[in-house]
Structures are given as structure tokens and as C-alpha cells.
Design a protein around this ligand. Structure first.
Ligand code: AMP
Length: 282
């Protein structure tokens, strides 16, 4: 496994692969890898000749009061878990190389970036879209792998790839969860003691939404009200939003339709968590 920290060797790696007609898959991550990331790596391994995992905690997607400095970093452990999966290269650039002095060109995402995370984290998706485009331009993959865990991010990226005519397949993997339902996240290591138990509230509220949808409830407002009740019963959790939206536009819906998505964000102790589920309608 090659460990590349500079942009030009990364480009050279991909140029060689392309000359050899090898399909390159990129899994962009911020490191502190867990089974959610690894599920994407395995999928890329199945579908591509060469797999590149990028590890980059992107400063431009964090707001000034957010946890950029405290974000979990664990490069040594990341190398250990990636080796046995047959990853060909890890691209782990320095922030100063990705954003050299004077850098000032941004990808401004469309309306999908406005609600929910966009409202709570102004500028977040501008940073995400910009770094994803940079990574795609540097690594030049044929396919890039994203998790449903960050549903809104996945929609913003898909839209960017389509709007900017990038010839890259965006592959989306399902959410990997702990036994008790908590979606895996690098931030979960920050959940201490009782907060870890309380964090179940996110997946519990989504389960409630699934159950109501499966039993025929179509009134999104009623479902959201039930989801909020679950948060209200957990004093350690501070709900940011609970929404049911259209799967493509991400606008709130009044009535559930095919593929409506329920999304939640909450702070549990000092840790901000997000989760979502696609509501099946039978
Ligand atoms: P991150 O390191 O948090 O930026 O995540 C890197 C990629 O892994 C993103 O596409 C995430 O959506 C995906 N991911 C994170 N957590 C999970 C999870 N629990 N299940 C599946 N994919 C995930």
C-alpha cells in the first residue's frame, strides 16, 4: 500500500493506472476509520482494479466554532485497518498543500445544500463540494464511494458531479450501525458514559418513523411530531432538526412519497451527530 502525502505522486499513480486501463475507485474520508468507511472500501475493492482511500480532515467544511481541532485523528490505526483490505494507495495530503496561500476559488452548491446541515452549518457544503472536486481532480478516479450516512452530502456531491460534467460514477453504500442502532461515526469515540447510551435516540426516532410509515401513516408532520417526542424524552440530547424530505430536492414534504427520507441531527453532550433513513412505502 502506497502512502502518498503529496499531490504530484498521487497524480502520477493515477496517470499510470489510466495508461494501463485500470479502473480506479476513490473512497474519500476524514480518517479515524471505522466499519462504515471499511464497507465502502470493500465495495470499491470488489468493483475496481485499484483502490485509493483519501484521508483528509478538511478545514473548510468546519465552521469557526466547530470541532476541526478536536476531530478524531488516528493515522497509525487507519494504516493498520486498510492494509489487509487490499487498498493500493492512501492519499493523505497536508491542509497547506490542498489550500496553498492565496487559494480562493470555491464550488457553490445549489439549493440541496441549503436546508438542514446547510442551515446549521453555514458554508459547510461549500467546503465539502470544493474539497471533493479537488480530490476528484487530483485522484482522477472512475468511481467515488460515499455513504448514505451523510445523505445530504451525497445528494450535493451527486448534483455537483452531474452539473459540472464529471465522468465519475458516484456509488452510495448503506449505513453501517452498532448493534443498538447507533450509526457508526468517527465522532462516536467522543461519546462518553451515559452520552453513548443517550445517542441511541437518533436511530430510535428514525425507527419510529419507519414503523409509522410501514403501518400506513403518510402525514409527514405527524411522523416528525412522534420523532420529536422521542428526543424530548432524552434530556442528554438536544435536537437540532428532525425532517422528512424529498430524496432528491431535500425539500420538506407534507405527505410521504416513494423514497421520502427522514433525517435527524442532535447534540448529545458535546458531540453533534446525524443520521437518516429512507422510508419505504408499501
Ligand atoms: P467521513 O470520514 O465522516 O467524512 O466519512 C467518509 C465517508 O464514509 C462518507 O462518504 C460517509 O458518508 C461514509 N460513512 C461514514 N459513516 C458511515 C457509516 N456508519 N456507514 C456507511 N458509511 C459511512
Amino acid at each position: 500500500m502506497e502512502w502518498l502525502t503529496q499531490i504530484s505522486p498521487m497524480r502520477a499513480f493515477s496517470a499510470r493506472a489510466r495508461r494501463a486501463a485500470q479502473r480506479v475507485g476513490l473512497v474519500p474520508t476524514m480518517g479515524a476509520l471505522h466499519e462504515g468507511h471499511l464497507s465502502l472500501v470493500r465495495r470499491a475493492r470488489d468493483q475496481c482494479d485499484l483502490v485509493v482511500v483519501s484521508i483528509f480532515v478538511n478545514p473548510t467544511q468546519f465552521g469557526p466554532t466547530e470541532d476541526y481541532r478536536r476531530y478524531p485523528r488516528n493515522a497509525e490505526q487507519d494504516v493498520k485497518v486498510l492494509g489487509p483490505l487490499g487498498v493500493d494507495a492512501v492519499f493523505a495530503p497536508e491542509a497547506g498543500d490542498v489550500y496553498p496561500p492565496g487559494f480562493d476559488t470555491w464550488v457553490e452548491p445549489g439549493p440541496e445544500a441549503e436546508p438542514m446541515e446547510g442551515e446549521s452549518r453555514p458554508g459547510h457544503f461549500r467546503g465539502v463540494a470544493t474539497v471533493v472536486l479537488k480530490l476528484l481532480n487530483i485522484v482522477q478516479p472512475h468511481a467515488a464511494y460515499f455513504g448514505q450516512k451523510d445523505y445530504q452530502q451525497m445528494v450535493v456531491v451527486r448534483r455537483m458531479v452531474s452539473d459540472l460534467n464529471l465522468e465519475i460514477d458516484i456509488v452510495v453504500g448503506p449505513i453501517v450501525r452498532e448493534k443498538d442502532g447507533l450509526a457508526l461515526s468517527s465522532r462516536n469515540v467522543c461519546l462518553k458514559g451515559e452520552d453513548r447510551k443517550a445517542a441511541r435516540v437518533l436511530s430510535c426516532s428514525l425507527k419510529k418513523a419507519e414503523t409509522l410509515a410501514a403501518s400506513g401513516e403518510r402525514d409527514a408532520e405527524k411522523i416528525v411530531a412522534e420523532m420529536k417526542k422521542i428526543f424530548a424524552a432524552e434530556p442528554r440530547a438536544q435536537l437540532d432538526y428532525a425532517e422528512i424530505v424529498d430524496s432528491e430536492s431535500l425539500q420538506s414534504v407534507k405527505q410521504l412519497g416513494p423514497g421520502s427520507v427522514a433525517l435527524v441531527a442532535a447534540r448529545v453532550g458535546p458531540t453533534r451527530l446525524i443520521d437518516n433513513t429512507i422510508l419505504e412505502i408499501t
